[in-house]
Design a binder for this molecule. Structure first.
Ligand SMILES: NC(=O)c1ccc[n+]([C@@H]2O[C@H](COP(=O)([O-])OP(=O)(O)OC[C@H]3O[C@@H](n4cnc5c(N)ncnc54)[C@H](OP(=O)(O)O)[C@@H]3O)[C@@H](O)[C@H]2O)c1
Length: 299
């Protein structure tokens, strides 16, 4: 009979326990992923003012993802408060929204002049803010070669604008003990982004800010969520619609079924799978081929 040293036996048990722990952890993560991505029921929008005159405030509402959020919330029956920079585009989308749901939807337009905007949003009964507005670099560029105005714009619109907008609405949500703040984030905030470093860092800021804010205000009945977005075919991405870059309409249709529950959501399932794979592989294997190619072309 072979003698098994008690020390070795314990070592063996310890390794098995560690192995089992990792297998169980991965299995739980995978099951959670399948449930959240494919099975979970959408939020009940009545909680946030549907059918009781609730308004949805959407920033960057005149194009792309923001415009789609405005239209799809309108077709659910919400009143829509549009925030963007171009008055003519705001007027056009207001008309479109009135056509979608004439009896319920109203559209108010405001430029981003904060004192006026603050006063205007305090006049409507709102429970939902969609912090969608965002800009990316006009082209991928080395930080050393990026224009100062572009760096300032990236921080001002992506970060400062979102913080100011949220600061304006949050006291109202806290007083109501109800509210939902969705911020449109990006895969660019998840991984190092050479050539788009400031955009990526701004989105990384928004992620941590959003997750932290959620912990601060969930006790007040407010839900704060980051929408983890990869390529969508819009003016910003300059991509044609494809499986991995859906149209804004298709993307928002997926988002409307998933938002309002978790603090971090990747609503379009091909993006969710890509995200799961990306975070599972070593960072040295993640290449930014498309961005690198664009940057090289620029040179
Ligand atoms: N598209 C993607 O692949 C992708 C991927 C990840 C994350 N995202 C994020 O998704 C969000 C929406 O992007 P999108 O692709 O829908 O972009 P988009 O089509 O370029 O639309 C951006 C919207 O923001 C408005 N806007 C831009 N600068 C503004 C300013 N200074 N003040 C006020 N409004 C301003 C635009 O107004 P105008 O109509 O006047 O131009 C437009 O309504 C952004 O936060 C972006 O970072 C997009």
């Amino acid at each position: 009979m072979r003698y098994l040293c008690p020390y070795k036996f314990l070592e063996c048990k310890a390794f098995s326990a560690i192995g089992l722990f990792f297998v169980v952890t991965i299995a739980i993560k995978l099951l959670k992923f399948i449930y959240v991505t494919f099975l979970r029921s959408p939020v009940n929008w009545e909680k946030y003012g549907l059918r009781s005159g609730g308004w949805v405030i959407v920033t960057g509402a005149t194009d792309g993802i923001g415009k789609e959020f405005a239209k799809q919330f309108a077709s659910k029956g919400f009143n829509i408060f549009l925030v963007s920079r171009s008055q003519t585009k705001l007027d056009d989308i207001s008309k479109e929204i009135r056509n979608i749901n004439q009896s319920i939807s109203k559209a108010k337009t405001e430029t981003r002049e904060f004192s006026r905007l603050k006063a205007a949003i305090s006049e409507v009964k709102s429970y939902i803010l969609i912090n969608n507005v965002g800009v990316a670099n006009d082209l991928p560029r080395l930080f050393n070669e990026e224009k100062e105005e572009m760096i300032e714009k990236l921080i001002q619109i992506n970060v400062t604008g979102t913080l100011e907008m949220t600061k304006a609405i949050l006291p109202i949500f806290v007083a109501q003990k109800n509210g939902f703040i969705l911020t449109v984030g990006s895969f660019a905030g998840e991984f190092p982004m050479p050539y788009l470093q400031t955009y990526g860092a701004a989105k990384a800021f928004l992620k941590m800010w959003s997750l932290s804010l959620n912990r601060e205000v969930s006790k007040d009945g407010i839900h704060v969520e980051l929408l983890n977005t990869s390529f969508v075919s819009t003016k910003m991405s300059k991509l044609k619609p494809s499986f991995m870059a859906p149209s804004a309409k298709e993307y928002v249709e997926h988002a409307m079924k998933k938002i309002g529950i978790s603090s971090f959501t990747t609503p379009y399932w091909p993006h969710a799978i890509a995200y799961l794979v990306s975070i599972s592989v070593p960072s040295c294997l993640r290449t930014m081929k498309r961005v690198m190619k664009m940057a090289a072309k620029e040179k």
